[in-house]
Design a protein around this ligand. Sequence first.
Ligand SMILES: [Zn+2]
Length: 285
Amino acid sequence: MKSTKLIGLFLPLTCLLWSGPSQRVAAQQRIDAARSSVRDGYLASASEDGSLREVIDKKYKKRYQEWKNEFLSTEIGRAQWEVYSHHPHLTLTITVVPGNSHGAGSGKYKWNAAGELIAATIVLGPEINEGFPSAVYYPVMNALRPYESSNLLNGNVLAATKLAHEIGHVMKISTTPETLYRLQMRLVPAYNKIFLSNGYDVNDTRLVEMSKQMGGNPVEIWEDREYWGEANAMLFLRDRVARESFHCKLFNRIKRTVEEYAKNYEARFTEIAKSQGVIYSCSWK
Ligand SMILES: [Zn+2]
């Protein structure tokens, strides 16, 4: 386990980029507030069949529309939007709320009796067009940094990439059994409590047993989820920069970062690289 990743032990299981503990609580409150607003009916603008709900305050509408347009400028973005606009059982809510302004999160998952995911909420900060998360867990989003500073890609591309990352979380959770998700939510805090009190001994038999039960230690669970988010972010970028002269340079940067920090998860990124010749024709082989 890389020492740089130990901090992941104390991260929650929902994705909230760059959030500290107080911000995470605030983010949860914002999700609750957004839901209340939906009930009150003054912020909601629902799509036709209601399976994709955009709950956007009028002061954020212009920027949100720009982010959404950027996401929908790609084939993969349009395809994913279509899936959630006409999903048979999942209601996906997307909202913009202040607080963690450069970050985003997903959560409020609900399953039905048949084990199908029926609700999820993506919360976007009001300035997600700015701010680059660490390369350790976010090799795709972080790779955009040089292109924004050189004005080759604007902030809307970064915002749309963050949206794609969150949609990646929702996609992965929709294939995760509720029982496993609940077990992880219950065991991760218990694991962390022991870990903090046993001298950081991951070989503690209690921790080994808990890891077995929940399918990995908290770091492994966290990074697996984050890299699924990043895999979808990469799918979006694959389409978005395909015709840009610098696309090989950008994807080579992602490749190097994945090799450095996410070697165990390289396959899912390589799979995406192979799925379109334009990336595969770079040095990603
Ligand atoms: Zn995430």
